[in-house]
Design a protein around this ligand. Sequence first.
Ligand code: ASP
Length: 306
Amino acid sequence: MKWAVISTWKMSLEGCRKAADLLAQGKPASEALIVGIEDVEDNAGFTSVGFGGLPALDGHVYLDGGYMDGDTLRFGAVGALEGFRSPIRIARSLADREFNNFLVGEGAGEYALKNGFEQRDNLTEESRKRWEAEKNKSQKLVSYDGHDTVCFLAKDQNASICAGVSTSGLFLKETGRIGDSPVCGSGYYADSAIGAAAATGVGEEIMKGILSHTAVMYMNAGMRAQEAAEKAVLDLDLQLNRRNGSCDAISLITLDRHGNFGVGTNIVFPFVYACEEKEPKLYLARREGNHCIYEQVDDITTVKQD
Ligand code: ASP
């Protein structure tokens, strides 16, 4: 396959179409991935990413984003960033530096301001109302409906692979909480000589298994993208169930250096895939025993939005 792209959740369908068009025109994976993720960041209807993201306990929307270039292994990331339009674009620019690649909180904001990144108040009236209604309920942090990370993995016609993620993290998180998403190795990993992976779900679980790097190393050891994704997820699920009695929601997408994809999940998980031979389509993955299976879903109205 000359090019391929995979992305998480139904909310990424339109962005994946845009990314696929760019890859088909021969544009770089990094450009396609940013256009795809920004499509989700800019849509106030998606309450787990960018504009309209659900707030932390303190009522502020803090965003996390991460990017990795599979040719150079350079990565950039922002955590707990407030007041900017596109965490993925800022993360991408941080990957060009030798040091100071992962900035959080005020420092991330200062960098974004100094470098002219577009500012935006990401708290919408709808997100504020939901926060108002739920802030006093004692709530276990889970990756429940409406709170998921958009992840993109793209391979371009020059065989370059990159990974990118963007999220507002968990609704009602504590101020300063950062999940797996901007953490290189856990939330995303890319090596153009092997492939890439990215995760969504409860960050505190995903980080226990350094999930994305683990899956890429499985591909390096010879596993197919699908085997690598399901082994990484289901092994972690097994270990956490054995040790702690439970494992919260975790899902993982993988893409090998040829453009083949894989998916691992312990929930019901929608994702989108496109390549030279296949137009962007929505798929639904679920666990079945020791494997994860998926099917293409045509009637997308029957699938949950996030
Ligand atoms: N992984 C994200 C976090 O823990 C949330 C998600 O993907 O649902 O912040």
